[in-house]
Design a protein around this ligand. Structure first.
Ligand SMILES: [Zn+2]
Length: 179
């Protein structure tokens, strides 16, 4: 193969890489749809935390009705996803506190394509009683005008973590409204 031909081929490879790279190399964060963020901003700003970790005595025995309803709503909207929920354990990002999974108000939606789900949860956060979403190194918390980097030990690139408020209702009717 001539030197010219090698050079020409390598320039083609460089151009192909340049076209491919912006798509293939994620910047490691979730950039929510601005309309979803604006809709979430109009919702309540309250956040219901969990009590300090006490070895599990404060744990609920399963998901709350609101978390169960939210899992059903997510499956109805996005298909039969693997959605985990109840786990009696400390918060991985704050070991002195009980995880919201331990009080039955958090779901882990297993997916590597979490942005559409995270955006949808954000857009409907007020109706669903959603107070916090973590996806792809990024966290949204009710009352915050924007998302911010999430530095917890789990990067949340294989699941979307979503929490509901303590008082959120679990009615199927409300779930149907947001489909
Ligand atoms: Zn979680």
């Amino acid at each position: 193969m001539s030197v010219r031909r090698v050079l020409r081929l390598s320039s083609v490879v460089v151009v192909m890489l340049a076209l491919w790279l912006p798509e293939a190399v994620a910047d490691g964060s979730w950039h929510p749809d601005p309309a979803a963020l604006a809709a979430a901003g109009a919702g309540p700003a309250t956040y219901d935390g969990a009590p300090p970790w006490d070895g599990g005595a404060n744990c609920s025995s399963g998901l709350t009705p609101a978390a169960t309803a939210l899992a059903a709503t997510i499956r109805a909207r996005f298909g039969d996803l693997d959605i985990g929920g109840y786990a009696c354990r400390p918060n991985t990002a704050s070991s002195g506190r009980t995880s919201i999974h331990g009080v039955g108000r958090a779901l882990d939606v297993m997916t590597t394509d979490g942005a559409p789900i995270a955006d949808w949860l954000l857009a409907h956060s007020a109706a669903l009683g959603v107070q916090l979403i973590i996806w792809n190194h990024t966290i949204w918390r009710a009352g915050a005008g924007s998302v911010r980097p999430y530095g917890g030990p789990n990067p949340h690139t294989d699941h979307v973590h979503v929490e509901v408020r303590a008082g959120a209702a679990g009615s199927a009717r409300r779930a149907v409204l947001v489909l």
